[in-house]
Write a protein that binds this ligand. Structure first.
Ligand code: GLN
Length: 543
């Protein structure tokens, strides 16, 4: 371990889904704003190597890093709050740890030894705590799951050993939930106490507690409850912070400013923590713009808002930047009143997606916004559908995406013109993890296009990808002849003319904003630096 780095571990208890990632990212942001160099790692106790193969029902959004790692959505919070580009070593699952151990065992690294949870697995986890440390002052380490979960025990045990070995460099924040019982009109501290008891039983004494609740000014969480929790946890009242539900996730660091957090962090670091949050956060906390806008996301599953988390955050950032109060509506692309629903919003996004379900509706939605000149941004699958729509309705081509004919993850051999098709070699490998076109790729923008203007006339940008299919270049002349511009291209190498279609647009004289990208711009948007394609969409809304 490098001497100067301090480690802040964040664990959770009582229930999941109380915003451990946001709290951890907020602590990181506070420290970064106080001038420290901060990074973050998320440990997930599941056995998948990464969430790349999980369905959105299981996992929500898969967040993609520049190096191509497919990670948990909390990595998105870290990149956004800390304004950093993380790497795969910031996303560790039990699957990754065990995979290394078992591969090592087969290679003979443990020759002659009985390979055991302790010390072999715990050593591997402790190595991951300190891996890839580029001289960070502070590293935030979030342990997924809740205290008491059987599958998280090995991570907590590794943390215990690490804390014992580095007592003055490790700080433990535990986040739990205090439920309100409506029938008796009281907050109940017992579940929180139990979650702390679980930690104490594992040999872990937290240094700071963050108590989440639904407290409001009408229904305050009184101090006695918090003091009681402090007493049960061997802590002082100032080591227990109440964090109620807030209007926005960006209000969390602003709220924490008025708590004892700075004092607690200062005591740990041994220096005063004076934090100075970026202005965006305060702006978001008192959001009261004079214009409203409503953006529709035309999607396959309207119940799965978490699948579009980064798209939603990117939209929020762009709307705050343009002075709008934003309302987002998830529109089911298979619904009968699809067109009516689109007519109610000011702009639409067709975001990324997998599988053929809902594709026809997406094409119908894109045709409608193209014809009615409503601002449109297509992302990944959204670009593929926009190209099909334009080719069919403006170029008179009878074309398809190969994904429309997939069955059980197998490509059916169909004798039709595929304007969107698998890259050579990608046809039959869809079941394996980490095999798509993943991560950051350079994109060359065509000078003078609307998209290049949005990027401040830069011609070389970099965008993140996660897809398997590509627009087929033999159709490009037809698209261009009829007015679709290929504004962004990825060239295989500097000398070759061979490229992949990365971004498309219609001229401003034909449509106020008809833009699509094969990449995922949402992963590059930051709260205070919204991505140009989202800004372009919001700015083109006419009021
Ligand atoms: N399913 C499409 C592909 O694999 C689009 C993927 C996406 O939208 N992320 O190419």
């Amino acid at each position: 371990m490098k001497k100067q780095t301090k480690y802040i571990f964040v664990t959770g208890g009582v229930v999941s889904g109380i915003g451990k990632g946001i709290a951890a990212a907020s602590i990181g942001l506070i420290l970064k704003s106080a001038g420290y160099n901060v990074d973050a790692i998320k440990f997930d106790p599941y056995l998948n190597i990464d969430p790349g193969t999980m369905s959105p029902f299981e996992h929500g959004e898969v967040y993609v890093l520049d190096d191509g790692s497919e990670t948990d959505l909390d990595l998105g919070h870290y990149e956004r709050y800390l304004d950093v580009n993380l790497t795969g070593s910031s996303s560790v699952t039990a699957g990754k740890i065990y995979d290394k151990i078992i591969k090592g065992e087969r290679e003979g690294s443990f020759l002659g030894k009985n390979v055991q949870l302790i010390p072999h697995v715990t050593n591997q986890i402790k190595e991951a705590f300190v891996e890839n440390n580029k001289d960070y002052d502070i590293r935030i380490i979030e342990i997924g799951g809740s205290s008491g979960d059987m599958e998280g025990e090995i991570f907590l045990e590794s943390f215990r050993q690490f804390k014992t070995q580095n007592p003055s460099d490790v700080y433990h924040v535990h986040l739990g939930y205090i439920p309100f019982l409506a029938c008796s009109g009281e907050y109940k501290s017992k579940p929180m106490q139990r979650s702390i008891r679980e930690l104490l039983r594992s040999g872990l004494q937290p240094d700071l507690l963050i108590c989440r609740s639904e407290a409001t000014s009408e229904r305050p969480l009184n101090k006695e409850v918090l003091d009681k929790i402090a007493l049960f946890s061997n802590l002082k009242p100032e080591n227990v912070i109440s964090l109620p539900d807030l209007d926005s996730i960006y209000s969390v660091p602003v709220f924490l400013k008025n708590t004892t957090i700075a004092q607690n962090l200062s005591n740990f670091i041994g220096k005063k923590v004076d934090f100075n949050l970026p202005k965006f956060y305060a702006k978001f906390d008192h959001l009261n713009q004079n214009k409203n806008c409503k953006v529709g996301l035309v999607v396959k599953y309207t119940r799965l808002e978490d699948s579009y988390l980064s798209v939603i955050e990117a939209l929020k950032a762009a709307s705050v930047d343009s002075g709008y109060n934003l309302e987002i509506k998830l529109i089911d692309s298979s619904s009968d009143d699809l067109i009516d629903q689109i007519d109610e919003v000011d702009a639409i996004i067709v975001p990324g997606g997998f599988g053929r379900r809902g594709m026809d509706g997406k094409i119908k939605a894109i045709k409608h916004v193209r014809e009615t000149k409503k601002p449109f941004l297509g992302i990944c699958l959204g670009l593929q559908m926009a190209v099909i729509e334009f080719a069919r309705n403006e170029c008179g081509l009878d074309v398809y995406s190969r994904e429309m004919f997939d069955e059980d993850g197998k490509t059916k051999k169909i004798n039709k013109d595929m304007i969107v098709d698998y890259m050579i070699g990608q046809e039959d490998i869809r079941k394996k993890g980490g095999t798509m076109r993943l991560g950051g790729y350079d994109c060359q923008l065509e000078k003078g296009t609307e998209i290049a203007k949005l990027f401040g006339n830069s011609t070389n940008i970099r965008e993140r990808h996660r897809h398997r299919l590509e627009v087929q270049n033999q159709f490009v002349p037809d698209l261009e002849k009829n007015g679709m511009k290929i504004s962004g291209k990825f060239f295989f190498d500097k000398k070759s003319k061979e490229y992949l279609v990365e971004m498309i647009e219609l001229e401003k004289s034909k449509h106020p904003y008809f833009v699509a990208t094969q990449s995922h711009p949402e992963f590059l948007s930051r709260p205070h630096k919204p991505h140009p394609l989202f800004v372009g969409l919001i700015k083109s809304i006419k009021k």
